[in-house]
Design a protein around this ligand. Structure first.
Ligand code: ADP
Ligand code: MG
Length: 676
């Protein structure tokens, strides 16, 4: 068996399962072994019944007390069992498994492991894994079981089985890193690391394995960035742009004055555009700092100088929003700048029309998603490319975008709060500008961290805000089990909320599985204030700007990374009204509270990220990943900052010694980015 062997050669994988694997991007054995676990289940020691905590997965051992009962409705039968130890009795329930009644005898000892949730009549353990008799649990105690990202129909067990087989029969022999580097940084061998990331015997092995893979991922990334820098160097500016009076007038007519930081950054950009060399610049600024208007000024400058400028956003919703606000702005200010939208979900006919306008040069500003860099688009004289929310894209995409023109100016914007030292490594080919000031009219967002008992109060509060003309976002509880439950979850939640708020309030919902047209329509309704509440998954995380929205309620806040929560919170507090963010946590655990409290104390994205890291400690990798920041498969910019610096040092050394290994370096391939 080799890496290119198709996975259907593995035992137990038929045509149907093969298709399911294909859905998660696995076609060959090589794809499979590089499909890293999303997390691990740690089988911890059992706790006494009196010590179970809401919201956590816990293990309890006790005697089966009384009879096993089956109730509920015929469609949703609920099997209930009481487990008793000397500290108390815990109710344990399973859905749709009535047959359990026949296998569990009163008086017998059992170990159950599952999530503790609060129901109307107290804490229960839901749908646990059971070990009967408890000796079976001993075998698993303290082990780490990989948990993989799945798709409907594919079980974790199926992936584990395939993985084990692959490791048994695959002859692994790839070692990417030169020995000097492996020794210097104490890195595990590749084969060991790969096996260790899937099946770590203990935490020690896991850390060792992960470190190695993170290092390698960073190193490849850094080398790709360096190459980019070498390639673009300081190219001659073929599109020298002069400042224009219309632009000055436009700035003067804006409903607000630019902040000092915006002015400073705009000056830096304007200087780049008129200089001898091509611009490659990163604009960093926290959520709500007003990056868009700076990008708009750059796009206008390109257009007014007779060139084309294009801006790419990571989601269709965001691209549409940018397009709408640009066209509105130009209309209001009487500027005849033709702007065109180009996204993947447009019909073939709509796309054709857009292509024509772009190709003949009629379109001066082009806004869109990935569609901007896909095959068929031909630009007329593209002089400026901007990527919004760059941390959602990869280096490759940025590069492809730049290659669409003949060495255009490149501007990338990101809200990712990373320290300068790291930014210099990750965006090594770019100059960096920082918008480090929020518009003056902003009232700081008021935050609170509450538990689910506060939900009713939160709804009442939302109702009051809506009565005052404001709007609210609700981020739905997360579903862990399967992506497909997500849809059901959002719709159910929205329906329940609608019933709660009454029919005068319009509740809409948004989720990743909706067709683009539907999403756009829902977003439109919300920004035109035709709906009051938008229930959604994290689709709305990036960029959405509805200044009239003042409440953000986040369910299951404990399951998000703080940086992501901060981005979500950034959807409110964007206008002159007082805004509120309610972090609702399903867990009463002390650490969770402490983490969320950080958000309560500061609105400063950078402080949040570093505090989060400090609290969790660099060793706590089983916690939540700061997901969504940069496009890495396993590495995490915050968590692994130290490894990032080491990899950077290693890259220096490799390049300085012109190491022969560089020639063997496979082409850098980044994970496909998350596009919703
Ligand atoms: P982000 O940096 O998160 O992309 P946006 O560019 O979307 O932020 O700006 C957030 C909001 O602030 C928008 O509604 C925008 O019109 C407004 N805004 C931008 N600059 C200023 C300013 N100088 N004064 C007041 N409001 C501003
Ligand atoms: Mg933005």
């Amino acid at each position: 068996m080799v890496e290119s062997t198709k996975i259907k050669e593995l035992k137990g994988i038929g045509e149907k399962t093969e298709k399911l694997f294909h859905k998660i991007g696995i076609d060959t054995v090589g794809d499979l072994i590089r499909y890293y676990p999303r997390g691990y289940d740690v089988y911890e020691e059992a706790v006494p019944v009196s010590e179970v905590e809401e919201g956590r997965v816990m293990t309890v051992t006790g005697a089966i007390y009384g009879r096993v009962q089956v109730g509920g409705s015929p469609r949703m039968q609920v099997t209930t069992l009481q487990v008793k130890d000397i500290t108390g009795t815990l109710r344990v329930i399973w859905f749709r498994m009535p047959f359990l009644r026949n296998t569990l005898a009163a008086g017998g000892a059992i170990t159950v492991r599952g999530r503790i949730v609060r129901r109307r009549d107290g804490l229960v353990m839901e749908h646990p894994e059971m070990f009967y008799p408890p000796a079976k649990y001993e075998e698993k105690l303290h082990t780490l079981q990989p948990v993989y990202g799945l798709t409907a129909g594919l079980t974790n067990n199926a992936v584990v089985k395939a993985m084990r087989q692959a490791f048994e029969s695959l002859n692994l022999s790839r070692e990417m890193l030169p020995e000097e580097i492996r020794f210097k940084y104490g890195l595990a061998e590749y084969n060991y690391a790969l096996r260790g990331i899937h099946f770590p015997e203990d935490k020690e092995v896991f850390y060792h394995a992960r470190n190695r893979l993170v290092f390698e991922e960073f190193l490849e990334f850094i080398l790709a960035v360096r190459k980019l820098k070498e390639g673009s160097g300081k190219l001659r500016n073929e599109y020298v742009m002069a400042s224009c009076p219309q632009l000055e007038r436009f700035i003067g007519e804006l409903p607000f004055t630019l902040t000092g930081a915006q002015k400073k950054v705009w000056e830096e950009i304007a200087e780049d555009l008129s200089s001898d060399t091509v611009m490659s610049r990163l604009v960093q600024g926290d959520v709500g700092s007003g990056k868009t208007i700076v990008a708009v000024l750059a796009l206008m400058t390109a257009a007014l100088n007779g060139y084309q400028g294009a801006m790419m956003a990571p989601t269709e919703v965001l691209a549409r929003q940018h397009y709408d606000s640009l066209t509105r702005l130009f209309e209001e200010h009487g500027l005849p700048i033709k702007t065109v939208l180009l996204t993947g979900s447009m019909t073939a006919k709509e796309k054709r029309r857009a292509y024509d306008r772009i190709e003949c040069g009629l379109a001066k500003i082009i806004v869109g998603t990935h569609a901007l860099i896909q095959g068929a688009v031909q630009y007329d004289n593209l002089a400026l490319v901007i990527t919004d929310e760059q941390h959602r894209f990869g280096v490759k995409q940025r590069e492809t975008f730049a290659q669409k023109g003949g060495a255009p100016h490149v501007l990338v914007m990101s809200a990712t709060p990373i320290p300068r030292t790291l930014a210099i490594i990750l965006y090594g080919d770019l100059d960096i500008s920082v918008i480090d000031e929020l518009p003056a009219n902003r009232l700081p967002i008021k935050n609170c961290v509450v538990d689910t008992g506060y939900r009713k109060t939160a709804y009442t509060f939302m109702k009051k805000q809506i009565a005052e003309g404001r709007q609210c976002y609700v981020i739905c509880p997360m579903v862990e089990e399967s992506e497909n439950l997500e849809v059901e979850n959002v719709t159910d939640y929205a329906a329940a909320l609608q019933a709660e708020l009454g029919e005068m309030v319009v509740v809409d919902y948004l989720h990743g599985k909706m067709r683009q047209k539907e999403k756009d329509a829902i977003m439109d309704r919300f920004s035109r204030r035709e709906s009051h509440v938008l229930v959604s998954t994290t689709v709305i995380e990036v960029g959405i700007d509805v200044p009239n929205a003042t409440v953000m309620l986040i369910e299951n806040a404990e399951r998000f990374g703080l940086a992501q929560l901060h981005q979500l919170r950034g959807r409110v507090g964007r206008g002159g009204h007082q805004s509120y963010c309610i972090f609702m946590s399903g867990s009463k655990a002390k650490e969770t509270r402490e983490r969320l409290e950080i958000l309560n104390q500061t609105n400063d994205g950078f402080k949040i990220a570093s505090e989060d890291l400090r609290l969790r400690g660099p060793g706590d990798l089983f916690g939540i990943r700061q997901s969504g920041l940069m496009n890495f498969k396993i590495a995490d910019v915050y968590q692994d900052a130290k490894i990032l610096k080491q990899a950077n040092e290693a890259a220096d050394w490799l390049l300085n010694t012109d190491h022969e290994w560089l020639k063997k370096l496979p082409k850098y391939e980044e994970p496909s980015s998350v596009i919703i």
